[in-house]
Design a binder for this molecule. Structure first.
Ligand code: DCM
Ligand code: DCM
Ligand code: DCM
Ligand code: ZN
Ligand code: ZN
Length: 272
């Protein structure tokens, strides 16, 4: 996701975590405001292109060798690269937050990576290999040229809320998060949010995040590339494409935030 998506995921999570979890992560992240999660949600993207952070580039995705729209699915042995992937990174950083022997600075870094990767694992094109997660597929959206990956990272989420001013992503993300929170509490996500908690096991971060990646990857076959990649190359992604994609993006952002809250609750209660 772009910054707007990641910040929204973080605000949804802050709406659902237990008070003791808030206190725990405000301490780890050394930020006692209500933006303690949102404020670090894009940090991982800011370090990946620096010399220090280069190693973390592969951690933002898993290149599942699927064949959309015919075959979707993620297999860890087959798909996680030697340099790591989002599933192995999620497990590594969960272990590092829980490891009380590590310096506080390392546990802070681990928390910042985890908050970000839980968002990315819900973006269908971060769980899929075709043209590097769609980065090599040129399309137009509203008449403007983009690659498919960028359309899903940024353009669809921002269009869902009617456009995001570059000056106020935090304000607008907060509003979107509050509306998604309401939908989870008592609206259109109330029933499905129960199932969003299934398969979450702090004792097995790898199986937990692989389950999320597999679920996310299924949308590549149904919604991202329903007619395969060739069908959309250099094409306009028109109204009917957007109308099927937007509800998936909305649900994936809501799910990511809700699951981030559940995961942070488990981590905080294990340590306390
Ligand atoms: N890593 C590291 N130290 C760095 C940069 C990256 O350890 N300065 C990465 C490489 C591995 C992961 O962390 O993906 C595990 O490292 P280690 O073998 O040190 O535990
Ligand atoms: N690192 C990592 N995963 C590991 C070990 C290290 O991502 N298992 C990263 C985070 C650290 C950086 O590498 O800040 C440098 O770690 P080290 O000093 O252990 O090489
Ligand atoms: N990306 C991905 N899958 C890949 C390569 C990249 O999901 N195989 C993501 C990471 C960034 C975006 O695509 O969100 C752009 O990556 P890069 O700047 O590495 O091209
Ligand atoms: Zn992306
Ligand atoms: Zn990312």
């Amino acid at each position: 996701w772009g910054g707007f998506g990641h910040i929204t995921v973080a605000y949804v999570a802050s709406n659902f975590v237990a008070n003791s979890t808030t206190a725990f992560f405000q301490d780890v992240l050394r930020n006692d405001t209500e933006d303690y999660l949102a404020g670090v949600a894009t940090w991982a993207d800011s370090v990946r292109y620096t010399q220090w952070g280069r190693f973390s580039g592969p951690f933002h995705f898993i290149d599942a060798a699927d064949n959309p729209p015919h075959e979707c699915g993620v297999k860890l042995e087959r798909d996680c690269s030697k340099q790591g992937c989002i599933v192995s990174a999620f497990a590594n950083y969960t272990g590092r937050i829980l490891d009380g022997r590590l310096p506080e600075s390392e546990r802070e870094i681990a928390a910042k990576f985890l908050i970000h990767f839980l968002g990315d694992i819900h973006q269908p094109l971060h769980t899929e290999h075709v043209a590097r997660g769609g980065n090599g597929i040129n399309v137009t959206f509203g008449g403007v040229k983009y690659n498919l990956h960028h359309v899903w990272d940024v353009e669809i989420p921002e269009k869902v809320v009617g456009g995001v001013g570059k000056e106020h992503p935090y304000t607008e993300a907060r509003q979107w998060a509050d509306s998604l929170t309401e939908e989870i509490h008592s609206g259109k996500f109330k029933a499905s949010s129960r199932s969003w908690r299934k398969g979450i096991k702090l004792s097995n971060p790898e199986s937990t995040s692989l389950g999320w990646a597999s679920e996310t990857n299924s949308y590549v076959c149904t919604t991202v590339l329903p007619l395969g990649p060739e069908a959309i190359v250099n094409q306009e992604l028109g109204t009917s494409y957007y109308e099927k994609a937007a509800p998936v993006v909305e649900a994936q952002i809501a799910k990511a935030g809700y699951r981030l809250a559940a995961w942070l609750d488990l981590i905080a209660s294990k340590i306390d």
